[in-house]
Ligand binder design. Structure first.
Ligand SMILES: NC(=O)c1ccc[n+]([C@@H]2O[C@H](COP(=O)([O-])OP(=O)(O)OC[C@H]3O[C@@H](n4cnc5c(N)ncnc54)[C@H](O)[C@@H]3O)[C@@H](O)[C@H]2O)c1
Length: 309
């Protein structure tokens, strides 16, 4: 790859992706487009490519990249704070950004990999398969369903063009600290425990999540550009773990013995007790297999966290 574009590259997953692509394709011309609304320049320290500070939903793509052809586009820019309830803002910025990007990429049929989300499955819980009907429970998830719809329509119109959606599950890992309350539960529990406090989780800590390490997410995202067809794939670990197990792994890595501090769940009636990515399609189409188990991912992450403190 000679020319690579990453939107949302100042964010958590986008910066890990941009820096890994830079390492794997050291001679490529790399561009990050981000308006820094939730990302941070700190995530891009060491990035040697070009950074365009712009809102993807308002950018004039053709004017910005006059005649430039990309070999791959990774689209991760998105409002990611699910507590932003301004419906027009969420749908406008997330959907129009993708629409403009697709219109820009269409003439060259440059492969596009975009971030969808496990949130599109809604509250159903259990093992989630890509063909399940979408059931967005908030406007953020609704905007991601629109991305999947747009991608499907464009790829039906033009079967030779590859547009690949990845439904990320609960991603954790380095460069997520800027997300504060929206950072992963693993990071939130780590913060409490490294401060010597008992980790607070809902009774009885047995709710399970498909936590996936960002290094696996980046590897799958890069691989997805080679998908044999336009498709939507789950991107999880496929190994859901309970909050109690996460606390156990953190205790192990931190050398602590902090007991969970359970409290009543105020959202009981609309709380997911189990999320799990069915990774069959990713495995069969892309040959993708996550390299990190929850325990080894947490151990790897702790190395970074403890060396920074
Ligand atoms: N982290 C997760 O667990 C998770 C789960 C499912 C889906 N996703 C998706 O993965 C992608 C990356 O998420 P993240 O966790 O790195 O979040 P993040 O908030 O750290 O990154 C998003 C980036 O997009 C930028 N951005 C937002 N709107 C923009 C716009 N209109 N124009 C330009 N830049 C814009 C932000 O400034 C930020 O740098 C998002 O599309 C998100 O919806 C993430």
């Amino acid at each position: 790859m000679q020319n690579i574009l990453v939107t949302g590259g100042a964010g958590f997953i986008g910066s890990n992706l941009a820096l890994t692509l830079q390492e794997q394709f050291p001679h490529a011309w790399m561009v990050v487009v981000d308006d820094f609304r939730s990302g941070s320049f700190l995530n891009l320290r060491g990035f040697r490519g070009d950074v365009v500070a712009a809102d993807v939903s308002r950018l004039d793509w053709r004017e910005q990249f006059k005649g430039r052809q990309f070999d791959a586009i990774f689209h991760l820019a998105s409002i990611t704070d699910t507590t932003i309830h301004d419906q027009c803002l969420q749908v406008h910025d997330n959907v129009e950004g993708f629409r403009r990007l697709l219109e820009f990429a269409a003439p060259t049929k440059c492969p596009v990999v975009y971030a969808s989300s496990a949130a599109t499955y809604g509250m159903a819980g259990g093992r989630m398969q890509e063909d399940q009907p979408p059931a967005p429970a908030n406007v953020y998830a609704f905007s991601k369903v629109q991305l999947d719809n747009l991608a499907r329509r464009h790829s039906q119109d033009d079967p030779a063009w590859r547009i690949v959606g990845l439904r990320y599950f609960n991603v954790y890992g380095p460069r997520e600290t800027h997300k504060k309350a929206a950072a992963s539960m693993i990071y939130q529990l780590y913060l409490q425990m490294q401060a010597g406090r008992r980790p607070r989780v809902f009774f009885h800590g047995e709710q399970k999540r498909d936590f996936v390490y960002v290094k696996d997410v980046v590897a799958m995202t890069i691989q997805a550009r080679l998908s044999p067809r336009s498709q939507v794939y789950n991107c999880g670990s496929g190994q859901p773990v309970s909050f109690n197990e996460v606390i156990q792994a953190l205790n192990h890595g931190l050398g602590t013995r902090l007991e969970p501090d359970y409290f009543e769940n105020p959202y009981q009636s609309f709380y997911q007790n189990h999320t799990e990515a069915d990774m069959t399609r990713a495995h069969s189409d892309l040959g993708f297999q996550p390299q990190f188990s929850p325990a080894s991912g947490i151990a790897d992450y702790l190395k970074t966290l403890t060396s920074n403190t």
